[in-house]
Design a protein around this ligand. Sequence first.
Ligand SMILES: Nc1ncnc2c1ncn2[C@@H]1O[C@H](COP(=O)(O)OP(=O)(O)OP(=O)(O)O)[C@@H](O)[C@H]1O
Length: 448
Amino acid sequence: MDAPFTIFIVEDDPWYGQLLHYHLSLNPEDTVQLWSSGQECLDNMHLRPDVVTIDFSLPDISGDKLLARLRQRWPEIPVIIISAQNKITTAVQLLKAGATDYLVKDDNTKDLLWNAIQRLRETSALREQVKRLEDQLVSKYDFSKILKGHSPAIEGLFGLMERAALTPVNVSITGETGTGKELVAKAIHMKSGRHKKPFVAVNMAAIPAELLESELFGHEKGAFTSAVVRKIGKFEEAHGGTLFLDEIGDLNLAIQSKLLRVLQERELQRVGGNERIKLDVRLITATHKSLSEEVRNNNFREDLYYRIIGLPLVLPPLRERGSDVLFLAKHFVDEFCREYQKPPISLTIGAQDKLQAYNYPGNVRELKTIIELAAVLSNGHEIEPADILFAPAGREAGFLDSERTLREYTRTIVRHYLSKYQDNVPLVAQKLDVGKSTIYKMIQDGEI
Ligand SMILES: Nc1ncnc2c1ncn2[C@@H]1O[C@H](COP(=O)(O)OP(=O)(O)OP(=O)(O)O)[C@@H](O)[C@H]1O
């Protein structure tokens, strides 16, 4: 059922006022109040009407002035103007000034008013529904529901994330690959006042250096040979929301200077453009490197470091999170069973011991992959130690017998996948469930 409305009618002609009052009162749910002057209406605004209809020619204040006062103090309350004048310019001016509707006094007015109020009722019901859904979405981003773990390191992180969500401070996240840096950044965004605006993630290591500037700041048509159309950069895409710059430690010094200037001036110019565009972006950065060490080694600008460091969050590697390994493993098994509609699968004690003894260089991402594979290989009831394989290529005969370092094994696996998938890095990253940046970095460093 529609929510009841409180409706104010401001009309100095008693006969016409009574007519509208009678007609709108036909909906017994609504409360309709008739005021004969603008002042009377203003004096009673504490009754919080859901809509105000005003006659354009009132004795004490003109309709446009009353509209302006109402819009200024109560911008959320819709105002409908009723006027004897049928002048389009007046109507346009009042609508521009924020009136919701403009009705001309004639025989149909009461019906048009009824319909206009009905439309407002529908809009208000929809707005309520959107708000309810948004509230649900924010509460869904209860950190402990998203970031699984009970270790002191993770529980300590929730408090800091809460503070980060409630203030506009920049946040910098450090942690090895797969520790959940992007998950943390997104959770902070979703719990912040910016959650209705975009969350834009950019992986610096995945973008070739020569494209980075235009990727971040955009470019104008013709800025360079291949700039055939204007392109909006990631900063502009994230306007009003959050920009997550992943692998910030991999930025070259030239881009670092440009980024610093943009952050200092809080405005940017697209490549090849003159227009200065104001920025409203919360910045969250992440890196697997120690940025302070990069500063000491002159690889990272000290002034940029101090600008982005804000609230530093450290995500410990999985091997330092104690019993979180098993907690996460169980969570991923349950998730797998839910997703594929399978009956619950448990972990035998042997499997649990095996999982806890491993050191997870790929952290939570790697554990997730191991568990999904184990669930597939299991008998459907419980996961045994034999179902747990620590490297995708571990099943190849003789592969593990060669006694290489983990780095060498990793290289061999990545090389194998790259040749199998014709050097399609995003696809290989997806197959191996690692960040694309990991592979780009290996290529950049000449490891592959
Ligand atoms: N505490 C956690 N609880 C549940 N899932 C997690 C947790 N931490 C990480 N994950 C999952 O692990 C995977 C990797 O997480 P994410 O991409 O956030 O890591 P990252 O540190 O940003 O990695 P990279 O540095 O390689 O980009 C994702 O599937 C994510 O959902």
